[in-house]
Design a protein around this ligand. Structure first.
Ligand code: GLC
Length: 617
């Protein structure tokens, strides 16, 4: 870096720091009342800013000027496990051309930091926040991968598992050995009284696979808080050392060229006795502080909150327009509501959910998805559903039976996840293709069922691409990959049915994509077509006006989008029967973007699981 560039970068840091320092100090002191630790944070932020390479700094500047850079309609994400997709960082790098060919410009590398084999929760029990797992390569390989991605215009997302560390993290080892300094970074209790008090109000994350929220450590004669698996020890953010060190780990990650940092399990990071230990006000203070830390050191980096919570708990993680927290959140309620709609063929709740999202400020960007690496839980609006005659427990049972293929004329073949006998709650797992019925139809060699299943799969993607925000595919879904039942034979995975939908990428399917006559090429080609149409139309941008339209049919959903004089309507049939949609709003002529034909869509005949994307002429 020349001295001139260096000077102007320093000046930029000062400007950003001056913009945020008062609010940061105020919030920090409110949490910790510790000026020395705040001074240390400032000093470290300066050194991370200095160490940040020039290319990333330029990107920061560019993105700071074009604040809406991630809101254009051409973002398409894909999440993948490195071992399943390319084996190593280098292997993923070799597959970048496939990502490009698939229109992907945002790749989420699932957790890659060091873990203990067999006790990793899919990488979410981190042993060292600065070192990747050996089998994936070195930190330099990661830097090479992010650099290559940037050259190709692809952003890189990575997890930041901030709620807990692995029990084999250095801090945890020293805490287990009885060092008070390190014990104070976790929640340790020498008797079961406080643990018992917490258990009265704190729900369980893994009621079957890891019941309870505490683990007894016989060698230390203490309980330690473990909200997730017993080997994932909850960090105590009441200790400023924990906050500071985790901020340094976050900045280290950002400096490797990560553009989007996924705040794993963020609602859990603050604990108070007598509460559910979820979404407490101080969680928001911490996320706000983190947002400012990033705006000062690496303003090109986005925060993505993983908030898998009831609808009213999700949106506050955006913060306010003046005091923003996360840049992006998962649209988890819409995702769950989508599968409810598939099972009930009733769009009323989905329409209501989309209306709620449409009314939010356009600054809020959601990541839309049909499924991810985790299970799907039924976080639905039961108040509304009960007005429609669907009561929570029997309805959840119906949904689970549907996706097990046992009810409602379903061909789905999912599996249950963490059935809780007390609340009778369960979540479920499965790839999109298998949940849509492709696997069962192939097994039964039933051509009619297969056509419907493929149509459902494609229709769901078309509907997802019309939502506000950025669509994210789980790698393999684009070629209709089926469930991977082999996890049951793996002793390290068999207890965790989420591995059902975390199978290895089947590259042989990709090789057949040109052959035409097979499920994978049909799904892939149809999705590619949709993605290309989406990228070519401004109305799909995240900040366009969006609304739902009455169809006078319970199984068909109509969504509208408008920007810069372009109006698009999407109509989707969630039923396996032919339906009729009455769209009064659709006056005049529209172009069917899939076929290029012109139609007047007031009365639309909808094929089973059919859909339209229509542009007003
Ligand atoms: C997140 C991850 C999930 C993991 C949990 C604990 O919810 O998505 O896979 O089990 O955090 O870290």
């Amino acid at each position: 870096m020349t001295r001139k560039v260096e000077k102007s970068m320093d000046r930029l840091f000062e400007e950003r720091w001056n913009r945020h320092k008062d609010e940061m100090r105020w919030l920090y002191m409110e949490l910790y009342d510790n000026g020395d630790m705040f001074a240390e944070l400032e000093e470290k932020m300066r050194s991370f800013a200095k160490e940040r390479n020039t290319t990333l700094k330029k990107l920061d500047k560019q993105r700071e000027t074009d604040k809406d850079w991630y809101k254009s309609g051409d973002m398409l994400g894909m999440m993948l496990y490195i071992d399943n997709f390319g084996g190593t960082f280098k292997g993923v790098q070799d597959k970048i051309s496939y990502l490009e060919k698939s229109g992907v410009n945002y790749v989420h590398l699932m957790p890659f930091l060091d873990v203990t084999e067999g006790k990793s929760d899919g990488g979410y029990a981190v042993k060292d926040f600065r070192k990747p797992q050996k089998r994936f390569g070195t930190i330099e390989d990661l830097q090479a991968l992010t650099t290559k991605c940037h050259e190709k215009g692809i952003c890189v997302c990575s997890d930041f598992v901030m709620n807990h560390t692995s029990e084999d993290h250095e801090w945890a080892k020293r805490a287990r050995a009885g060092e008070g300094e390190y014990m104070s970074r976790y929640f340790f209790y020498d008797n079961d009284y406080i643990a018992g008090e917490y258990e009265k109000t704190v729900p369980q994350v893994f009621p079957t696979t890891a019941p309870g929220n505490f683990t007894w450590l016989p060698e230390r004669k203490h309980y330690v808080m473990t909200s997730f698996y017993p080997y994932q020890w909850d960090l105590n953010y009441k200790n400023p050392r924990v906050f500071n060190e985790m901020m340094y780990n976050f900045l280290f990650l950002a400096n490797q060229g990560i553009d989007i940092v996924r705040l794993d399990a963020v609602p859990y990071i603050w604990k108070e006795l007598g509460t559910t230990c979820r979404n407490l006000p101080k969680v928001h203070t911490i996320v706000r502080l983190m947002r400012m830390v990033s705006e000062v050191v690496c303003p090109g980096v986005l925060l993505l909150g993983e908030v898998v919570m009831a609808p009213e708990k999700v949106v506050p993680y955006f913060g306010s327009v003046e005091k923003p927290e996360c840049h992006m959140l998962y649209n988890v309620t819409t995702m769950a509501t989508t599968w409810h709609t598939v099972a009930t063929r009733d769009v009323r709740l989905l329409k209501r959910q989309l209306d709620t999202i449409d009314e939010l400020p356009k600054d809020y960007v959601f990541l839309n998805y049909l499924r991810c690496h985790d299970d799907i839980g039924w976080g639905l609006d039961y108040g509304f559903l009960s007005q429609l005659g669907m009561e929570e427990v029997p309805h959840k049972n119906y949904l689970n039976d549907f996706f097990l293929g046992k009810a409602g004329k379903s061909n789905s073949c999912g599996e249950l996840y963490n059935y809780d006998p007390v609340t009778q709650d369960a979540r479920f797992c499965g790839t999109t293709a298998s949940l849509c019925g492709i696997e069962t139809a192939l097994l039964k060699k039933d051509k009619t069922a297969l056509k419907k299943a493929i149509d459902l799969d494609v229709m769901l993607h078309a509907y997802m691409f019309m939502q506000n925000g950025i669509p994210i595919l789980y790698s393999g879904d684009e070629v209709a990959q089926l469930n991977d039942h082999s996890y049951r034979e793996d002793p390290l995975k068999k207890e965790d049915s989420r591995y059902l939908h975390r199978g290895k990428m089947q590259w042989e399917k990709v090789e057949h994509l040109q052959d035409g006559d097979n499920v994978e090429s049909e799904v892939y080609q149809r999705l590619r077509k949709l993605e290309n149409i989406r990228k070519a139309h401004v109305a799909f941008c995240s900040d366009s006006a969006a609304w739902t339209v009455e169809t006078y049919d319970q199984s068909t959903l109509c969504m509208g989008r408008y920007k810069d004089g372009e109006k698009i309507l999407g109509v989707f049939n969630f039923s396996e029967e032919e339906r009729m949609a009455w769209i009064q709003e659709a006056d005049g002529l529209y172009e069917d973007l899939l076929t290029g034909k012109f139609i007047k869509p007031e009365g639309l005949t909808m094929q089973p699981y059919g859909f339209y994307w229509l542009k007003k002429i």
